[in-house]
Design a protein around this ligand. Structure first.
Ligand code: PGA
Length: 249
């Protein structure tokens, strides 16, 4: 039985005091929540939010990290620095990283392996562009991003990997994939994991959906067999919208 996993990606929003306020509300309102929870504030708020979610059932996540441990990498943040702040999870391969900041599968894969080597959990984001979907290539794109993103990851380490399927055309656009369309890709990715790691891993891996998840569509998405949670952007910025998603039933 897979546990639902609801994650909030706060992207480049909120000052430390705004982040602290939201984190405090979430800790209070989610303390009786039944699912696995994560918040991923911007780097500058990690320490502040980390102090608030410590000892709660909300994990602390970062939105990205460097592919190297340390060195001359101006503007980057290292896995060692994230661990030092108590970060437990890192989101890698988000579509904004892939498409705006031009991260490719090889770079993302390097980050995945580095994060796992240092004991972090990883949320590996995958997803197709609108033109790829319209060309009938959604499955192929998601397969390639999954296979290349996980290159070199052992079966044991895969237990610390969550996949987030986020069709790029659904992110921040208000357009959500239908539960059926999302589930079809999730089922396909689960098969890809099966080919790579076997039936047990395929049955156990958590696959989140992301892309305009809101309180009024969360339950329908989660009801699908292969959808095990959500990676939430816009609706994660307010407790009023994140908590109902996190406590969907
Ligand atoms: P959205 O973002 O919920 O605002 O569509 C999701 C994401 O980018 O993770």
């Amino acid at each position: 039985m897979r546990n639902y996993y609801i994650a909030g990606n706060w992207k480049m929003h909120k000052t430390r005091s705004e982040a602290a306020e939201l984190a405090k509300t979430l800790v209070a309102q989610l303390k009786d929540g039944k699912h696995k929870y994560l918040v991923a504030p911007t780097f500058t708020s990690l320490e502040t939010v980390g102090a608030i979610v410590k000892e709660s059932n909300v994990l602390l996540g970062a939105q990205n990290m460097a592919a190297e441990e340390q060195g001359a990498h101006t503007g980057e943040v290292s896995v060692l620095q994230l661990k030092d702040l108590g970060v437990q999870v890192v989101i890698l391969g988000h579509s904004e990283r892939r498409h705006v900041y031009k991260e490719n599968d090889a770079l993302i894969n390097k980050k995945v392996n580095l994060a796992l080597k240092h004991g972090l959990e990883v949320i590996l984001c995958i997803g197709e562009l609108l033109e790829e979907r319209e060309a009938g290539k959604a499955e192929q794109v998601c397969e390639t991003q999954t296979v290349k993103g996980l290159a070199g990851v052992s079966a044991a380490d895969l237990a610390r990997v969550t996949i987030a399927y986020e069709p790029v055309w659904a992110i921040g656009t208000g357009k959500t994939a239908t539960p059926e369309d999302a589930d079809a890709i999730h089922a396909y990715v689960r098969k890809v994991i099966g080919k790579l790691y076997g039936a047990d891993a395929s049955a156990q891996i958590i696959i989140q959906y992301g892309g305009s998840v809101k309180p009024d569509n969360a339950a329908q998405l989660m009801a699908k067999e292969n959808i095990d949670g959500a990676l939430v952007g816009g609706a994660a910025l307010k407790a009023d919208t994140f908590v109902p998603i996190a406590k969907f039933s």
